[in-house]
Ligand binder design. Structure first.
Ligand SMILES: NC(=O)c1ccc[n+]([C@@H]2O[C@H](COP(=O)([O-])OP(=O)(O)OC[C@H]3O[C@@H](n4cnc5c(N)ncnc54)[C@H](O)[C@@H]3O)[C@@H](O)[C@H]2O)c1
Length: 253
């Protein structure tokens, strides 16, 4: 077991790659904190973990709100006494160029995708310093590495997550906290399913979304979870400030 008895918070663990990561971490022996703003899906993830005899608990949080994040960390410390791993995965998506994007959408996307990662680290790092170290993985995107048209607020939020990761890696290396980033490419999760269903021609869109990359398919949430597990595990103890790209070759083109 790679994460035996480790206490791990995973944000956005009610769905998609967050859920896949929660299931994998639990299988590897972690005590998983399923942190999500959607209680129903978060509790479903906990049920799935418990069905496999894993250990998990749900904590409701909107990662864009400091009071929520502070309360989440307090809840975890009250029940477990420590915190070993943080995976900042919660994220939302919006389309639009700078002209079309409203200020409200801009602030909402930046608020969840970037400020949310900042806040989770802000309140988790002191507990990690106290225990003498820890591992953080921030989930960014291929969209943080290259320009992708018509999703400007999302792209900017994910570039920010990469910069935040590198800054934090430098600041907290003296405290033995490794901070890395995983950039998934397009992965078939409910987030992408919504884009497909909302499009004019969903079947055409489904095919097109996989065809723009060398491996000619979308990723599976489990393939992203495997990368996140590697980054937090003791097989990866020399990596900090790194960006692991898992995108079917999209950004290599
Ligand atoms: N799916 C992709 O193709 C893809 C590609 C690159 C990066 N990503 C990133 O990966 C991460 C996970 O994406 P996914 O596809 O699994 O998404 P998803 O929509 O399936 O799951 C996201 C989860 O985050 C939760 N969430 C949303 N806002 C929240 C908030 N404010 N506070 C707490 N929880 C919140 C949702 O309730 C949901 O359970 C996101 O950061 C996303 O931007 C996804």
């Amino acid at each position: 077991m790679k994460l035996a008895r480790k206490v791990a918070i995973i944000t956005g663990a009610g769905s998609g790659m967050g859920r896949a990561t929660a299931l994998l971490f639990a299988k590897e022996g972690a005590k998983v904190v399923v942190a999500d703003c959607d209680r129903k899906s978060g509790e479903e993830t906990v049920d799935l973990i418990e069905e496999e005899s894993g250990e998990a608990a749900f904590v409701a949080v909107d990662v864009s709100k400091a009071v929520d994040v502070e309360r989440m960390v307090k809840t975890v410390l009250d029940s477990h006494g420590t915190l070993d791993i943080l995976v900042s995965n919660a994220g939302i998506y919006a389309q639009g160029d700078v002209v079309e994007t409203t200020e409200e959408v801009w602030h909402r996307i930046l608020g969840v995708n970037l400020t949310g990662v900042f806040l989770c680290s802000k309140y988790c790092v002191p507990a990690m310093i106290k225990r003498g170290g820890g591992a953080i993985v921030n989930v960014a995107s291929e969209a943080g590495l290259v320009g992708i048209e018509n999703q400007v607020s999302y792209n900017v939020s994910k570039s920010g997550v990469i910069a935040l990761t590198k800054s934090m890696a430098l600041d907290f290396a003296p405290h033995n906290i490794r901070v890395n980033c995983l950039c998934p490419g397009r992965t078939l999760t409910p987030l992408v399913e919504k884009v497909i269903v909302d499009s004019e021609d969903p079947e055409r869109m489904r095919r097109a979304l996989g065809e723009d990359r060398p491996l000619k398919r979308m990723g599976k949430p489990e393939e992203i979870a495997a990368g996140i597990l590697f980054l937090v595990s003791d097989e990866c103890t020399y990596a900090t400030g790194s960006v692991l790209v898992v995108d079917g070759g999209y950004t290599a083109q």
